[in-house]
Ligand binder design. Structure first.
Ligand code: FEO
Ligand code: CA
Ligand code: CA
Ligand code: CA
Length: 584
C-alpha cells in the first residue's frame, strides 16, 4: 500500500512542478467569495472544460511548492521554505480587558486595517468546548470560579484579534488593540428577518449568545457572517430556546462597542446546522448566498435578496439578508426549489402525504410535520424548520455539505461533501455546480463531481475551502479523530491541507500542502490579499502541540503561514476582493 502511495505522490509531484497550471490572464479577481463580479478574462465553457483558458500563456507559473507526504507526526508540517507563527492559542490574553482566546478555533477572516496586508483584524470562530480543558488557568480573571456552563459559553463564539507582521517578518498578536474582543455565548443579538418576532420563535426579537460557530463568510460590505452549526448541545445545556440558535450571525469587527452595527442573527437564511456562507452578486445586481447544512442527508441552499446591492450604502446592505427568498438544490432535476410556506403546508396537509424517509430517520411523523407547518404556515415556520421544508419540497439529501466557495474566475460553485457512510461515501467528494448562464440567480444548474476523496486522490473528508488568485482550490480535511491512521484511512496520515487546481492539466488533482498535528482537523484557511500569508486554525489537537514555552496542554491555535512569494495581483491593479476592504 505504501509503495502505491509513494508512486502516486511522485507522479503528482512531477506533474505539478513540470507544468504549473493553465493560464488565467490578470483577472480582476480577489480571493474566494469576495470578488463580487470578478471579471475573468474569458468566460469558461462549462462543457468543454475551459478550453479558452488553456490557450493562454501562464504569466507566472504557480508551481510554488513541493508537495509533502502524508504524515502521522505531531507537528504542523509544511513544504520546504514555509513556516508558521502561532498567533493565538486557547487561553491567551487578547486585549487590555484580559479577555482570552476561546476553544476550538475554526473559520478565520483577515480584515485589513488601512488596506494593509501586514496588519489587520483576524476574526476566528470558536466552535465548541471540551470540558477537560475548562480549567481556571485558561480563564480571564473575571471568569475565575464561575460555573462550568458559564465557562463553556464564554469560550465559544468568536474572537476578534489584531495581528501584524513585525519588522523581522514574524506574525504576532497585538493585545493593545482597541478592536480586540470576544463575541461569545453571552453576546446580545437582534433576531432579524422573516422569523423575527414570529410565534415560531416565541415572538422574540432578541437572542442571547452564539456558539457552535463552525465556518462562515465575509460580506461585500466588510462585516463577517459566522455560522451556528451543532447548536443543540449548548442550547440544551444552558436551557435556552433552541429556536434562538442554528442561524447565521453577522458582526462588524470594526465596531468595537456595537454602537453602529448591532450583532444580529439572520433568520431569512434559514435555521439548520449551518456550516458556512459564500456570497456573490447576481447578474441583476442582487446578492446570492450559498450555504451548506453539515448533517448526514442534508441539503444545499441558496438565498437571493429581493433588492440590489449598492456599494454606496455600506453596511446598510445587511438588510439585503433580511428580505429575499431561500432555495434548496434538487440535484436530480438540476434546479433550485423555492422554499415556499404555502406549498409546504399544502403538501403536509394533503391526505395522501407520507413522511419522506430522510425525515423518518429524524423521527418525524405526519403529525409532527403538520404541527411544524400548520395549514396557515408562514415563511417564519419555514425559516425555523428549514431542513424539513426542504426535504418535503424535493431538496436532495446529500453527503454532509460543508463549505461552499465560488470560483472567482468562472463563478462555478464548489461544495465540500465531507462523507456519508449511509450512502457508502466513506471519503467524501467535492461537487462543482455550474449555474445556467453563469448567473447566481438562475433557477437551473448542471453539476459534476470535481474530485472524489479516497486513496486515488490522496484526501478524505473535505471540509473548509478557499481559493487563491490562480484559481487553485485549497481544501482542508476532517476525518474524525478515531479514524486517523487506521484501516481504510491509514494512507491519509493526519488531517491535512490540499491544493487542487481547478483548470489546466492538473485539474482536480490534490497536492498536499500541510499535515496537521495528531488528532486535529485543520480549519479556516484564509489568505491575505497579497497572498503572502495564509491563516489557518488547528482545532482539537490531542497530544501537546503547539509546545510553546510554558504550554502544558494541547491547545487549539490559529497560525499564520509564511513563505509565499505573493501573487500576480499585488501590483496596484487588483480591483477585487480583500484589497477593497477598508477600516471604517
Ligand atoms: Fe463544524 Fe461542519 O464542521
Ligand atoms: Ca467544518
Ligand atoms: Ca471557506
Ligand atoms: Ca467537519
Amino acid at each position: 500500500m505504501e509503495k502505491v502511495n509513494m508512486s502516486m505522490n511522485r507522479r503528482k509531484f512531477l506533474g505539478y512542478l513540470g507544468t504549473g497550471t493553465a493560464a488565467l490572464a490578470a483577472a480582476s479577481a480577489g480571493l474566494g467569495t469576495l470578488a463580487p463580479v470578478a471579471k475573468a478574462a474569458s468566460t469558461a465553457d462549462h462543457l468543454t472544460g475551459f478550453e479558452d483558458m488553456k490557450l493562454k500563456p501562464h504569466a507566472k507559473p504557480h508551481a510554488f511548492f513541493k508537495p509533502i507526504m502524508p504524515s502521522l507526526d505531531d507537528e504542523l508540517i509544511l513544504p520546504e521554505g514555509f513556516s508558521y507563527d502561532v498567533l493565538a492559542a486557547y487561553g491567551d490574553v487578547i486585549n487590555q480587558n484580559g479577555d482570552t482566546f476561546g476553544f476550538n478555533c475554526d473559520f478565520t477572516i483577515f480584515f485589513p486595517i488601512n488596506e494593509s496586508n501586514e496588519r489587520g483584524l483576524l476574526w476566528v470562530n470558536l466552535e465548541y468546548v471540551n470540558d477537560a480543558y475548562m480549567k481556571e488557568q485558561y480563564m480571564p480573571a473575571f471568569m475565575q470560579g464561575t460555573p462550568i456552563d458559564t465557562k463553556r459559553r464564554y469560550h465559544q463564539g468568536g474572537a476578534i484579534i489584531e495581528v501584524f507582521k513585525d519588522n523581522k517578518g514574524n506574525w504576532k498578536m497585538d493585545t493593545s488593540s482597541k478592536y480586540a474582543r470576544r463575541i461569545n455565548g453571552f453576546t446580545e443579538f437582534d433576531l432579524v428577518g422573516q422569523a423575527a418576532g414570529s410565534s415560531a420563535i416565541g415572538g422574540q426579537t432578541k437572542a442571547v449568545g452564539t456558539w457552535a460557530n463552525c465556518s462562515g463568510g465575509m460580506t461585500l460590505w466588510n462585516t463577517l457572517l459566522s455560522c451556528e452549526e451543532n447548536f443543540e448541545t449548548q442550547a440544551n445545556r444552558s436551557n435556552l430556546p433552541s429556536e434562538h440558535y442554528g442561524w447565521v450571525v453577522e458582526v462588524d469587527p470594526f465596531d468595537e462597542n456595537d454602537e453602529n452595527f448591532k450583532p444580529c442573527k439572520h433568520t431569512s437564511l434559514g435555521r439548520f446546522n449551518h456550516e458556512n456562507t459564500c456570497m456573490g452578486i447576481t447578474k441583476s445586481g442582487r446578492i446570492a448566498v450559498y450555504m451548506g447544512d453539515d448533517k448526514t442527508n442534508a441539503c444545499v441552499y441558496k438565498y437571493i435578496s429581493n433588492s440590489k446591492f449598492d456599494p454606496a450604502k455600506g453596511k446598510a446592505n445587511s438588510k439585503l439578508l433580511e428580505d429575499g427568498a431561500l432555495y434548496v438544490a434538487n440535484l436530480q432535476q438540476g434546479r433550485w426549489v423555492k422554499l415556499d410556506a404555502a406549498e409546504v403546508a399544502k403538501r403536509v396537509h394533503d391526505t395522501k402525504f407520507s413522511v419522506p424517509n430522510v425525515l423518518k430517520m429524524r423521527d418525524q411523523s405526519v403529525q409532527s410535520l403538520r404541527d411544524m407547518f400548520p395549514i396557515n404556515a408562514t415563511q417564519a415556520h419555514v425559516m425555523v424548520n428549514t431542513h424539513e421544508a426542504a426535504i418535503i419540497l424535493g431538496g436532495t439529501p446529500t453527503d454532509r455539505p460543508e463549505d461552499l466557495e465560488i470560483n472567482p474566475f468562472d463563478h462555478s460553485i464548489f461544495i465540500a461533501h465531507t462523507n456519508n457512510a449511509v450512502h457508502g461515501n466513506i471519503h467524501g467528494h467535492i461537487t462543482r455546480i455550474f449555474e445556467k448562464e453563469d448567473d447566481f440567480e438562475s433557477m437551473e444548474f448542471m453539476f459534476e463531481i470535481f474530485a472524489a476523496g479516497g486513496r486515488q486522490s490522496g484526501f478524505s473528508a473535505p471540509d473548509n475551502l478557499t481559493f487563491d488568485s490562480d484559481g487553485n482550490l485549497w481544501v482542508v480535511t476532517d476525518m474524525s479523530e478515531s479514524n486517523i491512521g487506521k484501516g481504510v484511512y491509514e494512507w491519509h496520515g493526519n488531517n491535512g491541507l490540499f491544493v487542487l487546481p481547478t483548470h489546466g492539466q492538473n485539474e482536480g488533482e490534490a497536492f498536499q500542502f500541510a499535515s496537521g498535528p495528531q488528532g486535529c482537523e485543520l480549519t479556516g484557511p484564509w489568505f491575505t490579499a497579497d497572498e503572502k500569508a495564509l491563516f489557518l486554525a488547528v482545532q482539537h489537537p490531542t497530544t501537546n502541540w503547539p509546545r510553546r514555552k510554558g504550554d502544558v496542554d494541547p491547545l487549539p491555535a490559529v497560525v499564520a503561514i509564511k513563505g509565499f512569494k505573493g501573487n500576480n495581483l499585488d501590483n496596484g491593479q487588483n480591483s477585487g476582493g480583500n484589497n477593497k476592504n477598508k477600516n471604517n
